[in-house]
Write a protein that binds this ligand. Sequence first.
Ligand SMILES: *[C@@H]1O[C@H](CO)[C@@H](O)[C@H](O)[C@H]1NC(C)=O
Ligand SMILES: *[C@@H]1O[C@H](CO)[C@@H](O)[C@H](O)[C@H]1NC(C)=O
Ligand SMILES: *[C@@H]1O[C@H](CO)[C@@H](O)[C@H](O)[C@H]1NC(C)=O
Length: 414
Amino acid sequence: MALRSLLSLAVLGLCAFLLLTQPQQALGSSRGPLGLIGGEVIAPPPGMCAIGVAIHGYQCQEFDVTTDDGYILSVQRIPQGRAGGGGNNKQPVLLQHGVLVDGMTWLLNSPDESLAFILADSGFDVWISNIRGTRFSRRHVTLDPRDSEFWNWTWDDLVTHDLSSVIDFVFKQTGQKMDYVGHSMGTLIALASFSEGRQIDKVKSAALLSPIAYLSHMTTALGDVAAKAFVGEITTLIGLPEFNPNEEHVANFLKALCAQSGVDCYDLLTALTGKNCCLNISTVQLFLKNEPQSTSTKNMVHLAQTVRDGIVSKYDYGNPLFNMEHYGKAKPPIYNLSNIPLNFPLFLSYGGRDALSDVRDVEILLDSLKLHDPNKLSVQYIKDFAHADFIMGVTAKDLVFNQIIAFFRNQQGS
Ligand SMILES: *[C@@H]1O[C@H](CO)[C@@H](O)[C@H](O)[C@H]1NC(C)=O
Ligand SMILES: *[C@@H]1O[C@H](CO)[C@@H](O)[C@H](O)[C@H]1NC(C)=O
Ligand SMILES: *[C@@H]1O[C@H](CO)[C@@H](O)[C@H](O)[C@H]1NC(C)=O
């Protein structure tokens, strides 16, 4: 069970998804320009504001954020709660999803149970990010998702481009330092960013749910198979730059992996994320309608390297010469998490049944933060929670979200 499993997350999620829901198309895989068919103007498919936020009676604004390397990311803002009001200068908070999903994951439960709505109703100015390659962020100033160059990136690029650009954007729009909430890979890219001193001046504090950085303790058979597959064979097996779980070759590859590893991929979320204690079956069904989302095959390879190597480092080009070319060193540089400023307010919440954020890996992460100012580090352990409970659990509000809000408010006072 563990972190090695972004991969396995991916693989399991995908394969489970595929087996369970067969050939269900992800909703509008790209948001093209207006098209003219038979003289009729075809509007672009509705955005996340329409399908995920407005339906619950909240205001929502949709933005495009262009990264410094040309990707056009969709960002949503829920400026106020259902009751409205609250004035200007609300505290902004940015929500960053994990790998193979998008910002919809924050919006799937009822408003009383979903973090994005709870934050809005608690007086926060809520911002939702969607990383490159996901449903609403499949655009680029020059490249097309059908170009392989569109998929030439890993989570290093999410650190240096996507997260960076979105934080800049929210900062400019609000004129304020923001709070941050990340889940899964959304914690990894924040930790990596902060360890390099990147954007930390625009962030007030961070809540990390199912934190992943170290990924070496995944013990599931599937994790092993998956990690080997991604490091070794995936590019040739799939031969596609886009890792789209809804695509036939990827689907077949994943089914083969499930079969080979002996994992019961029919039990979708369990195989994927651990034995979640507290999911609502209607929410799971909604999740399956909206996810998974594409990522790049290269990103999956990078995550697999993190599993294999047991360290958090930049993408390994696979031989010293190529690494030398990119980094001026034979080995990829590490992200030294001990370099995160010791007084930076951090809240970590992790679960005893999380197959991705394994308890032992979280302990390694905590060890790298052992010199952190104890007044600035809040750690919560929830024995029964697995990976998805932290986002979609019906008890997450009482157990986790209220604590996050209290933590953010505490930091504001200090
Ligand atoms: C992908 O990007 C790297 C730089 O990060 C570049 O060296 C390489 O040539 C690119 N590969 C392709 C296939 O475009
Ligand atoms: C599960 O979700 C449905 C649909 O949102 C809702 O009607 C029901 O009350 C939820 N059940 C629990 C236990 O939260
Ligand atoms: C990481 O940074 C800490 C403190 O800045 C330093 O003591 C440690 O040696 C570094 N670790 C590595 C592997 O560079």
